[in-house]
Write a protein that binds this ligand. Structure first.
Ligand SMILES: Nc1ncnc2c1ncn2[C@@H]1O[C@H](COP(=O)(O)OP(=O)(O)OP(=O)(O)O)[C@@H](O)[C@H]1O
Ligand SMILES: [Mg+2]
Length: 247
């Protein structure tokens, strides 16, 4: 059966939809920077044929934010690599026929589950044999995914993706993103600036989540100093059994 016929056959299950996604251009508005990546996603959404995108990068580099943006697309289905199960995902694919399959942290997906994606991404075909019965169908599904690294991914799966490697932020990007983000939470610019500066230079952290944690506690610059000093005093597993073994 052709893809178009299959999609028509599935129409009752998922309500009316057009073959083109209903694109809102504010999908990624909460993401600071990455204008080129945003453009690439839009090109992929509008492409006649599925173009699968994998974002690989360090923690807190906005990968999941991109997936959350894609979730706003009609007929999208979100799953976590850790939680997806072969039967759950296959059932969903058969029943709902999603146009966009979004897999956050795909490196945690079992090899068995990754093999389901191989055929979906290459030909759109999914097949399953259960209780001696075989069912198969063909979908037109774009797969968008994230990973911290690619070591646990099947090589043929990787080759089906357009892989984009996010770099660790430099201090200027880190400062910019932190000030924007904390500003949205109502944190004054000078305090946001101080938090980002201390997280980067004193705590030697490149994780924007550290700025957010501190910002949620601090009301003044003195609070920021106090929190950072306390974190430094109690940080870095100095009391752990690992350290004791070494000393
Ligand atoms: N460019 C950015 N624009 C807006 N927020 C950002 C940006 N970069 C990081 N953040 C913020 O950093 C935090 C982590 O972002 P996100 O969850 O998307 O990271 P991630 O790349 O998926 O990290 P992980 O690999 O740990 O899952 C969020 O609070 C997010 O708002
Ligand atoms: Mg993430």
């Amino acid at each position: 059966m052709s893809v178009e016929k299959e999609m028509t056959a599935g129409r009752n299950d998922i309500g009316n939809y057009s073959t083109k996604p209903n694109l809102q251009n504010d999908l990624f508005d909460n993401i600071i920077g990455y204008e080129d990546i945003k453009k690439l996603f839009f090109l992929s959404f509008e492409s006649q044929r599925p173009i699968h995108i994998l974002l690989v990068g360090p923690p807190a580099s906005a990968k999941t934010l991109f997936m959350l943006g894609c979730m706003k697309l009609e007929r999208s289905y979100f799953t976590l690599g850790t939680h997806s199960t072969r039967s759950g995902m296959v059932d969903y694919l058969f029943e709902k026929r999603p146009r966009f399959l979004i897999v956050d942290e795909i490196e945690h997906m079992s090899i068995r589950d990754q093999t389901v994606l191989l055929s979906l991404m290459e030909t759109g075909i999914i097949a399953e044999t259960k209780f001696m019965k075989t069912r198969n169908t063909q979908l037109k599904t774009w797969v968008f995914a994230t990973a911290n690294g690619t070591n646990h991914l099947l090589t043929p799966l990787l080759s089906r993706f357009m892989v984009l490697h996010f770099k660790q932020y430099k201090f200027e990007n880190f400062l910019d993103v932190s000030i924007h983000m904390l500003g949205r939470d109502g944190i004054a610019k000078d305090i946001a600036n101080q938090i980002a500066d201390q997280v980067w230079h004193k705590m030697k952290s490149k994780d924007i989540r550290d700025c957010i944690k501190i910002a949620h506690l601090a009301k003044t610059k003195d609070d920021v100093n106090f929190i950072v000093e306390t974190l430094l005093r109690y940080g870095k597993i100095s009391n752990s059994t690992d350290d004791k073994k070494q000393s």
